[in-house]
Design a protein around this ligand. Structure first.
Ligand SMILES: Nc1ncnc2c1ncn2[C@@H]1O[C@H](COP(=O)(O)OP(=O)(O)OP(=O)(O)O)[C@@H](O)[C@H]1O
Ligand SMILES: [Mg+2]
Length: 310
């Protein structure tokens, strides 16, 4: 199993499978990790085993220019779980999500500090290839953003750019099947992706993310532009994908976080002091979703999920 994400590792142009063969059985919820004693600074839930931690974020802060957007976030993202980020607008959820595939690097004023390990390797180390990072850690955005090309071309773009030696027809079919879209589009693969409905376009974007064989899928409010039926489709799909992929989702929809995620992180942005009205995002707590929604540790979480704040 080659988990390096350096330029050297990418030179083969081959997709690097992170699961060497059959996927390991997903641990039963709540059973993960009694062996890892390292302090995760996460409140509440049991620490995860080191080998089930995909990302370990430690004291991560992000500034835009000199303005802090998000401060001192420490949490783990566990393998083949869905982690939801919730919290009021402006608390830094999208900013933090972008740290995991280094898309903040593309924003000239953004500066990420602290440390994020991806499989115990510093994601921001000098020899890490950010392009390879973005292949392994795909992203789906709020608004479906297919390319103005055919459905087929949307799905072959990534494998071609990454010079993956794969059967393109097979990639197209497999990714569409995994995204639960194959039956709806198999007879019109050459049609423009814009001819699809919004919900179909979003599933196409998820299919497109899958074509380059990622391990993690980051989703920033993937359903906010969709109706309830299309939303239900995407939520079903997320639960399917969770068997093989690690998913991090930002959502404003509390019910959605409660329905789909295994763990939920609540962020907030509060005025820091009486003399200074600046706000920046902080992690309040992360815990099992059932606990966050039934018995959170922090009063601020309770106020937010019960609609008293935000
Ligand atoms: N490209 C940018 N340049 C400067 N400031 C930014 C940039 N992107 C975000 N910010 C600031 O960082 C803070 C966090 O923004 P972010 O978009 O991460 O919040 P969010 O929690 O995702 O909000 P929402 O729920 O509205 O999407 C905000 O104060 C925002 O104005
Ligand atoms: Mg956002």
């Amino acid at each position: 199993m080659d988990q390096r994400i350096t330029s050297e590792a990418n030179r083969t142009g081959q997709p690097i499978r992170l699961d060497s063969g059959a996927p390991a059985a997903k641990p039963a919820a709540g059973s993960a990790g009694k062996a890892w004693s390292k302090d995760t600074a996460s409140s509440g839930s049991e620490p995860a085993r080191a080998d089930s931690v995909v990302f370990a974020a430690r004291d991560v802060s992000v500034h835009y220019g000199s303005a802090p957007a998000l401060v001192d976030v420490t949490l783990d993202i566990r393998e083949r779980e869905i982690t939801a980020f919730i919290g009021p607008s402006g608390c830094g959820k999208s900013t933090f999500l972008r740290c995991f595939n280094r898309t903040n690097d593309l924003i000239p004023t953004a500066k990420v500090s602290g440390r994020i390990d991806y499989h115990q390797q510093d994601l921001y180390a000098k020899d890490v290839d950010a392009v390879e990072v973005r292949r392994r850690i795909g992203m789906v955005f709020q608004k479906p953003n297919p390319f103005p090309k055919s459905i087929y071309d949307n799905l072959t773009f990534g494998p071609k750019v990454n010079r993956m030696k794969v059967d393109l027809d097979e990639v197209v079919e497999t990714s569409l099947r995994r995204a639960a879209l194959w039956d709806e589009v198999k007879s019109k693969l050459k049609e423009n992706a814009y001819s699809l409905s919004g919900g179909q376009q979003q599933r196409l974007c998820i299919a497109r993310a899958l074509t380059v064989d990622p391990e993690v899928i980051l989703m920033d409010e993937p359903c906010s532009a969709l109706d309830p039926i299309a939303t239900a489709h995407i939520e079903d799909l997320m639960r399917e994908l969770e068997r093989d992929y690690t998913i991090v989702i930002v959502t404003h929809n509390m019910q959605q976080a409660a329905r789909v995620s295994d763990r939920t992180a609540f962020f907030t942005a509060e005025i820091e002091s009486e003399n200074d009205d600046r706000r920046f995002g902080r992690l309040v707590e992360i815990d099992d979703t059932s606990k966050i929604f039934s018995n959170p540790s922090d009063k601020r979480t309770e106020d937010y999920i019960s609609g008293r704040f935000g």
